[in-house]
Design a binder for this molecule. Sequence first.
Ligand SMILES: [Fe+2]
Length: 179
Amino acid sequence: MEEADKRRIRGECVKLLRAAGCEEAVIKHCIAVAELALEIAAASKNKNGNENKSIDEELVFTGALLHDIGRARSHGVEHGFLGGEIAKSLGLDDELVKIIQRHVGAGITAEEAKQLGLPRISLMPETMEEKIVAYADSLIEGTRRTSIEHALSNLKKKLGESHPAVARLKKLHEEVTGF
Ligand SMILES: [Fe+2]
């Protein structure tokens, strides 16, 4: 992506995040996730040759910038779903709504969503763009980049070794990085 396009998109998204009521720390986090997500998208395009040529970098960048817009309403696991509702109310593309809805953890199944008091819909990342944003988010703590090993060990400490989210993040890592 051209620097000028990145600057323009970043400016537009930061405006939306501020207008929604996101704190500055959340906005800084979103910018860090977007930079990493874009790098991952570019690397994955180069590495996999033709296979992933269809990754939409602008969509990855925009989706990553807006992924935590729901934190204007809540910092709980429901912030992905709530962010999707905010995005819909702003008239944003459905592709962006889905990136926002599906970024939490390495995804939330319909059954888990129901148990969390959300509508019974799958919040699992499906497209490469959705997967890259969820993956990049799991590798950024605040604004700092961390390793997949560190992210996995944190998740195990938080949820327990056998929690399905641990295996899900491993799978996401394999799908996004290709190994
Ligand atoms: Fe988030």
